[in-house]
Ligand binder design. Structure first.
Ligand code: 5AD
Ligand code: SF4
Length: 466
């Protein structure tokens, strides 16, 4: 799962305070899955009278929904906890309550250790037990320091309240929907199989019901989420085993739903039905995030990716053959243990062959407990930095070229939010680029026909037509 929206703060609905309302501030780190979870936790707490706030000073409860994917992401949490501890002390002097909770993957991975390192923390809740949050909060209020990091047997989604219409509407016309969690792939660099557990797919009927609720509340685009989303499998109404391609087909029948996306996928799970979905479903956007991590077969093997560079390139070719308009995005790690200059050059060569519209690249970060941490040939930081710089220069060049290639095209744009200039709205292109347009007379949620007139490094400009 990519953490492409790194350290996204979840902007929740703000409503006027009353004397009795308590307020929760949720700070989300990491991937889209955490964004989705933060929303579900906010919904669960709303039932207990908590209103969401985006102002830390107003909060009675702070939840840090954390990411453990790289060392830096995990360390951020402890520095943030230091600041919150000081706030808690100041509040205590005023006689005001202030509770601190840690959720997400750091909570799962470090559990009790967080309570030891950060005495101001009141509760620690792992991703599988979010539905127990209100109860945990009640116990914490009675003075217990709560740690909930079991893999719950019950399905948390059955116990979390479904999003309410008003809340959904306030969150906008695009929404995330988690369909699958966890990972059984065990790439040797990755903590996810340990923090999110083994692969679990949510049942099709529940996903469809949730999607319908979102659409009824005004959502026009849904992104299906999973750490390994294309490993999703379920049982159809006739008892037949289905994969993600079939789920996409079912969802695309929902009237009013205009666009569907999914992320993040593993190359091994791109089956024929899913590839065919890219050909057959107009609502499925022509964008595919398909991480490869490295272009060297030796390193791919050491990473336990279970495919070669050539297999990945061939797979991209098969998908492009049915959907030539496809924008490819990827994740890369440089400086995995044992990576030589020649291995790195193989990655550069793969990037040149594929041509990415967008990509995320990282220096390998040693994660305790993963096989990679024990491997010989750890690469010096300086070498990693230098390789990352070269790779990112190439990827940036490709992203810029892809954007420049969009100029002159006519596309449908889903208007998502106000732009910076008066009268301007911002939407996403089918290829996920932000697009600024003067769309007088149009509203957020409309899909308008536009012509791309310009391309900046990170966004496009367009004029409305027709
Ligand atoms: N070090 C660096 N990057 C990592 N990723 C996952 N684990 C690590 C690690 N230990 C990257 C991968 C993955 C993305 C979400 O984060 O590229 O696809
Ligand atoms: Fe998402 Fe957890 Fe991975 Fe962070 S470690 S990116 S929260 S799955």
């Amino acid at each position: 799962m990519t953490d492409q929206i790194s350290a996204t703060e979840v902007a929740e609905q703000q409503t006027p305070a009353t004397a009795s309302t308590r307020k929760v501030f949720v700070k989300t780190y990491g991937c889209q899955m955490n964004v989705y979870d933060s929303e579900r936790m906010t919904d669960a707490l709303a039932k207990d009278g908590y209103e969401a706030t985006t102002t830390l000073e107003d909060a009675d409860l702070v939840l840090l929904n954390t990411c453990h994917i790289r060392e830096k992401a995990a360390e951020k949490v402890y520095s943030q906890l230091g600041r919150l501890r000081d706030m808690k002390k100041a509040r205590a002097k005023e006689g005001r309550d202030f509770m601190i909770g840690v959720t997400g993957c750091v909570a799962q991975a470090e559990g009790d250790e967080i309570l030891r390192r950060a005495p101001a923390v009141d509760l620690v809740i792992g991703p599988q037990t979010y539905h127990r949050l209100p109860e945990a909060l009640r116990r914490a209020k009675q003075g217990e320091r709560v740690v909930e990091t079991d893999y719950a047997i019950e399905d948390k989604f059955d116990h979390l309240p479904a999003p309410q219409k008003a809340q959904t509407r306030a969150r906008g016309v695009t929404a995330f929907l988690t369909v699958q969690e966890g990972c059984d792939k065990f790439c040797t660099f990755c903590v996810v199989p340990y923090t999110r557990g083994s692969e679990v797919s949510r049942p099709m009927d529940k996903i469809v019901a949730e999607a319908e609720r979102l659409v009824e509340a005004g959502v026009r685009e849904i992104t299906l989420l999973g750490q390994n989303v294309n490993a999703w499998h379920g049982i159809g109404p006739d008892g037949v085993e289905l994969g993600l391609g079939a789920l996409l087909g079912r969802l695309s029948k929902i009237e009013g739903l205009a666009r569907i996306r999914y992320t993040t996928s593993h190359p091994r799970d791109m089956d024929d039905a899913l590839i065919a979905a890219h050909r057959d479903l107009p609502k499925l956007m022509p964008y595919l995030h398909l991480p490869v991590q490295s272009g060297s077969d030796r390193i791919l093997k050491a990473m336990n990716r279970r495919h070669t560079a050539a297999e990945y390139v061939a797979l991209i070719g098969r998908i492009r053959a049915v959907q030539p308009d496809l924008a490819i995005s990827g994740d890369f790690i440089v400086g995995f243990p044992g990576e030589s200059e020649a291995d790195f050059e193989d990655t550069m060569a793969l990037v040149r062959t594929v041509g990415y519209a967008q990509a995320f690249s990282f220096k390998y970060s040693t994660r305790p407990g993963t096989p990679g941490a024990e491997m010989d040939g750890q690469v010096p930081e300086g070498v990693k930095s230098e390789r990352l710089e070269r790779l990112q220069a190439l990827l940036f060049q490709q992203q810029t070229a892809f954007a420049a290639g969009c100029v002159g095209k006519e596309i449908d744009l889903l208007l998502e939010k106000p732009g910076r200039m008066p009268g301007q709205l911002v939407g996403r292109s089918p290829w996920l680029q932000p697009v600024n347009v003067d769309a007088k007379g149009s509203e957020i949620g409309d899909i308008v026909r536009v012509r791309i007139t310009g391309a900046g490094p990170n966004s496009l400009f367009a004029e409305a037509i027709g």
